[in-house]
Design a protein around this ligand. Structure first.
Ligand code: TYM
Length: 332
């Protein structure tokens, strides 16, 4: 079985619809066909200041949401990044292989540090992508299911893996991004030119999966479309409508072409009312299941303990091979 690995930050509290459609939904599907490793990346979270109590609560909440979304601990390895110390250990080696200029070109760092003010941004934020490289290479992942915004980090991973292999001998699998065209980038409902995200979205443009379903329904109903009236997929000229059609299609399994036929001659209002219902039908059980997992912390902890153990077995092997290749004297 080919291997996949991916991660999600716990910072946000509730996942948003972009996280789910862009990434988590694929994670659930891939656990059937792949040897799958999925983690909550708390080390990445502290690249920006975190309140300690909130961080641990949000880490649990993230795990609960992943289970609610359909991850099955019998079919995948689900763990918390900080439970596997090899991530930070391999990251150091990767840091020493990365050029300063190369790291400076990472667009997510540029965006995030600009938002914080360059002087306040941490060195951790700067090396964030390199920790992500270590995450992926530790597991010898073949594919990395993520949204479009992570593509550059996967490119960096490929570059560093090739560089290491070239310099020290074949050690790492070169991973490929797994990004679906239809859902790789879900857009803000109010500003369909920017991606849906916690940090940049307008509150009305962001669907949080754990919000009251009626709040989400209202946001869908007031989504921005355009002055035209035709319900047709055209990402360039009709980004708002196309975003809604993409979300609708993915949540219901109906093709966009079929939706276009169904809504021929109908008004945007009809599409939005129906999509609001589709979203409510999705988030309502999702919220309930998340709460059930949160109410049972023992089960959650035991899932994470097993996950960390499985993850460490793989990670430790890669790390020790890497250390040997680099020339670190083995501890006897
Ligand atoms: P994070 O926590 O920001 O996002 C989790 C996943 O959600 C995807 N995503 C989106 N997809 C489509 N449309 C959107 N509007 C949208 N917003 C977010 C992201 O692309 C991501 O796949 N750096 C990563 C976490 C990470 C990781 C890793 C991923 C750490 N180590 C190793 C893969 C492999 C991040 O911050 O994701």
């Amino acid at each position: 079985r080919p291997r996949v690995l991916s991660g999600i930050q716990p910072t946000a509290g509730s996942f948003h619809l972009g996280n789910y459609l862009g990434a988590v939904r694929q994670w659930v599907a891939l656990q059937e066909s792949h040897d799958a490793f999925y983690m909550v990346v708390d080390l990445h979270a502290i690249t920006v200041p975190q309140d300690p109590k909130e961080l641990s609560a949000n880490t649990r909440l993230a795990v609960a949401q992943l289970l609610a979304a359909g991850l099955d601990p019998d079919r995948c390895t689900l763990f918390v990044q900080s439970h596997v110390p090899e991530h930070a250990q391999l990251a150091w080696v990767m840091n020493c292989l990365t050029g300063f200029g190369e790291a400076s070109r990472m667009t997510q760092f540029k965006d995030k540090s600009a938002r914080q003010g360059a002087d306040r941004a941490s060195v951790g934020l700067f090396t964030y992508p390199i920790l992500q490289v270590a995450d992926i290479l530790l597991y010898q992942a073949d594919e990395v299911p993520v949204g479009e915004d992570q593509r550059q980090h996967i490119e960096l991973t490929r570059d560093l893996a090739e560089r290491f292999n070239g310099r020290f001998g074949e050690t790492f699998t070169i991973p490929k991004p797994y990004i679906l065209k239809e859902t790789g980038k879900i857009y803000d409902l109010q500003e369909p030119s920017i991606k849906m995200s916690k940090s940049a979205s307008t509150p009305k443009g962001l669907i949080n999966l754990l919000d009251e379903p009626k709040v989400s329904a209202k946001k869908v109903k007031s989504a921005v479309t355009d002055t035209d009236t035709v319900i047709r997929y055209d990402a360039e000229n009709k980004p708002g409508v196309s975003n809604l059609l993409g979300i609708y299609s993915t949540l219901t399994g109906t093709s966009v072409a079929e939706l276009e036929r169904q809504y021929e001659g109908k008004l945007y209002g009809a599409l939005k009312t129906d999509l609001a219902e589709v979203v409510v039908d999705f988030v309502t059980p999702f919220r309930d299941r998340t709460q059930q997992y949160l109410d049972d912390p023992e089960t959650l902890d035991s899932i994470l303990a097993k996950g960390a153990e499985k993850a460490r077995a793989v990670a430790a092997e890669t790390l020790s091979r890497t250390y040997e290749r680099v020339g670190f004297l083995p501890a006897k």
